[in-house]
Design a protein around this ligand. Structure first.
Ligand code: ADP
Ligand code: MG
Length: 701
């Protein structure tokens, strides 16, 4: 069957008129024959089993029974009529009920002839009924294809109201398959099929809709999931390959004065093995003349900053400028101060540019950027303004990109004739398998080791009722000279309410920790940037002992003397947020603590989150749990990556298949990157087809 046939608009299928076609399009996205056969069932109902009426239980879901109708009557109700048939087998009787379509049913139902009925049962007054059953004469049933596992397709209210039922969809598929038969074009290569013992395409598609057996269904599912993941991986890896061969970058061949001086004489500590490895990976990328596109993952406190700095020095050594962009003003300031210190003895010119930079400062920055006097620029998205023109930007480092978005990222790219090398840093660990599918086109470096001497942060869960004890503990820690964060949730939808929580909290803390003995900083999103910074700085300098804040301190803030993190209403935070917040402490030599305060009312998910936090500090483990709880939708990059639109595979459950699919996609690109081998013809064709439609969609949207 050629693929053109499958591209036939759905309205040309027997049984689909213009009305149904338009509903199929809007409700299920089915435009063509091809789309219909790729409408994969959500689940299956086992139709190999028959029940006796006496076996029914109030909890029975979809069941099928063989029996005869002995009697039909119409019952008048308050609203309309209902048609009731008494249905018997040798063990008992029940009712079949219709609320619509009486006439047709009454005229067609046969009395005292065996039927197979199928549907959901209701239980009321010790008797069972089945509304709108699917019915088939036993003689017909025995002649026909025996349903084994019956697919259940996605449905919507509109479809149900327009009578496009599961059964109708199955009927349409049966019609379509009677034309296609088993002649579907194979989309994978023969060696792949035989090596992995995959079911052929045609057989898989048929068995997804009309399973011959449980075993065939399982194999069909496996094959189709594999295919889906394989082609996603192929696209990502291909993109990466093309990128590397086509997008030239400035090769930083020199390891020069800046780097050597700093590395040999001024490094404030020895790098961890993980840091060394990552620096090497970056060094390798920067030395080749393809543009680097690397994601640097490392848990909070793993020491990404020094890696960023060393990378910048490589750019500078080759006569290029570098920039670092952070999502918030506070973070950029901290980065700036940190880098400034590292630059101290190096004769490097570095500036900070944020929304609150003065016009006069800006003018100087703009000028020195353009004439190349400025080596490093740190800042917020102010860096993306049109006026900011680098003389020769060689490396752009982006911290916590999920706040920036891909579009802005590409804006930075186009500042130059050649794109700068890009290093994206994130402290939000992404499970490896997800990273593979979301960032298949980025290279990934991981710092999976914390600097030596870090003590584990003791994490406990306390109920609100124990607040006084918690206050006592805070007092003790402050007496030892430490500082304390107390964080309140701020969730956009209820901003006003959250703000009130924060202010109430601040007041009660002020009462508990009175001046002049105690000084308290407060920082929240409604403050002006300058005020925020002022308060933050008081805490950073140690002038205040307590920092009351919303999640603005979430990322990056570094106060090594802070040893206690109290998180209020911890049940309202997501796992990755909790983990980020906890990472604010444990940065100094002292034992640190994280106290999760909650009310007694906790959802199951909230319990899981709190328990995960008290049991582990491993960012990747936490990310795995988070992914299971929330699904991949909230993880950065997934929206763009298409992994959420998977038709049959599940990015969380099918990680094993994903790994296999990825390794085979890699193998293929290694061995036959241009698909010239005869055996790879089917893959070449399918890939071309895929790209064709993808481009059309890109064009439309
Ligand atoms: P993050 O990855 O969260 O950005 P930072 O780069 O801010 O982490 O590093 C956290 C702290 O650890 C900083 O105070 C930094 O100076 C310190 N640090 C980083 N690397 C090392 C190391 N190899 N040995 C000791 N301390 C280190
Ligand atoms: Mg950092």
């Amino acid at each position: 069957m050629n693929s053109n046939f499958l591209q036939t608009p759905i309205e040309y299928l027997k049984g689909v008129g213009p009305n149904r076609a338009s509903l199929l399009k809007t409700e299920l996205g089915i435009h063509t024959f091809q789309d219909l056969i790729h409408l994969f069932p959500n689940r299956y109902i086992d139709r190999t089993q028959f029940y006796k009426i006496a076996q029914l239980k109030p909890t029975s879901a979809d069941i099928q029974i063989i029996g005869k109708i002995t009697h039909i009557k119409t019952v008048q109700q308050k609203r309309g009529k209902r048609l009731v048939a008494t249905f018997r087998d040798e063990t008992g009787s029940m009712e079949l009920v219709w609320f619509r379509g009486h006439k047709w049913i009454k005229e067609n139902l046969k009395i005292n002839v065996p039927y197979v009925v199928f549907g959901k049962t209701n239980h009321f007054n010790h008797s069972y009924s089945m509304p709108h059953p699917e019915m088939e004469l036993l003689t017909e049933y025995e002649k026909g294809l025996k349903a084994t596992m019956q697919p259940v397709y996605p449905s919507t209210e509109k479809l149900a109201n327009s009578n496009i039922t599961n059964r109708v969809l199955l009927g349409l598929l049966a019609t379509l398959f009677s034309e296609i038969k088993n002649n579907q074009k194979e989309t994978l290569s023969k060696p792949l099929l035989s090596e992995l013992k995959l079911l052929p395409k045609g057989e898989s598609i048929i068995n997804i809709h009309f399973p011959e057996s449980q075993e065939k269904l399982a194999r069909a599912q496996y094959r189709l999931k594999f295919e889906e993941l394989f082609y996603i991986q192929l696209q990502l890896l291909f993109k990466n390959l093309i990128h590397k061969s086509k997008i030239k970058g400035y090769p930083f061949t020199e390891i020069g004065n800046y780097f050597n001086t700093f590395y040999n004489e001024q490094l404030p500590f020895e790098l961890t093995d993980a840091q060394k490895r990552v620096v090497k990976e970056i060094r390798f990328d920067l030395g080749s003349n393809a543009q680097m596109n690397r994601l640097l993952q490392g848990d909070v406190g793993s020491g990404k900053t020094i890696v960023a700095f060393l990378s910048m020095l490589m750019a500078l050594d080759n006569g290029f400028q570098a920039c670092l962009m952070a999502p918030t003003e506070i973070l950029s300031v901290q980065h700036y101060n940190g880098l400034l210190e590292l630059c101290n003895d190096l004769n490097i010119s570095i500036s900070l540019l944020t929304g609150s930079s003065k016009t006069s400062e800006r003018r100087i920055i703009h000028k020195s950027l353009e004439n190349g006097e400025l080596n490093i620029l740190v800042g917020t998205h102010a860096l993306l303004e049109d006026k900011v023109k680098f003389k020769n930007l060689g490396l752009a480092i982006i911290d916590e990109q999920h706040r920036f978005g891909v579009a802005q990222r590409s804006k930075l790219w186009h500042k130059n004739e050649y794109p700068p090398h890009i290093l994206v840093m994130t402290a939000t660990p992404i499970p490896r398998t997800l990273a593979m599918s979301v960032y298949g086109d980025l290279d990934i470096s991981v710092i999976d080791e914390l600097p030596p001497g870090r003590k584990d942060i003791k994490t406990v869960h306390r109920f609100d009722a124990n607040r006084l004890k918690v206050f006592g503990f805070i007092r003790d820690e402050i007496a030892l000279g430490r500082q304390v964060y107390i964080v309140y949730p701020l969730i956009q939808e209820s901003e006003a309410l959250d703000y009130k929580d924060l202010m109430d909290g601040y007041e009660s803390i002020s009462r508990e920790f009175q001046q002049p003995k105690y000084q308290i900083s407060i920082v929240h999103g409604q403050m002006k940037a300058v005020d925020k910074e002022f308060e933050m700085n008081r805490f950073i300098k140690g002038e205040t002992q307590i920092m009351v804040a919303t999640t603005v301190i979430e990322v990056g803030v570094n106060v090594p003397n802070a040893s206690v993190m109290v998180i209020e209403s911890a049940e309202r935070f997501g796992l990755s947020q909790l983990h980020q917040l906890r990472g604010r402490v444990g940065r100094g030599a002292e034992q640190s603590y994280c106290i999760l305060m909650t009310s007694h009312k906790l959802s199951e998910d909230a319990k899981t989150r709190i328990q995960t936090m008290t049991h582990t500090s491993d960012g990747f483990e936490i990310a795995e749990v988070d992914l299971k709880l929330r699904g991949p939708g909230d993880i950065m990059g997934t929206q763009q990556s298409g992994v959420l639109n998977l038709k049959i595979a599940d990015i969380i459950k099918d990680t094993e298949i994903l790994k296999i699919a990825r390794s085979y996609a890699q193998k293929l690109l290694r061995e036959d990157p241009n698909f010239v081998k005869q055996e790879n013809e089917p893959i070449k064709d399918s890939y071309a087809q895929l790209m064709k439609y993808k481009n059309i969609w890109n064009y439309i949207s």
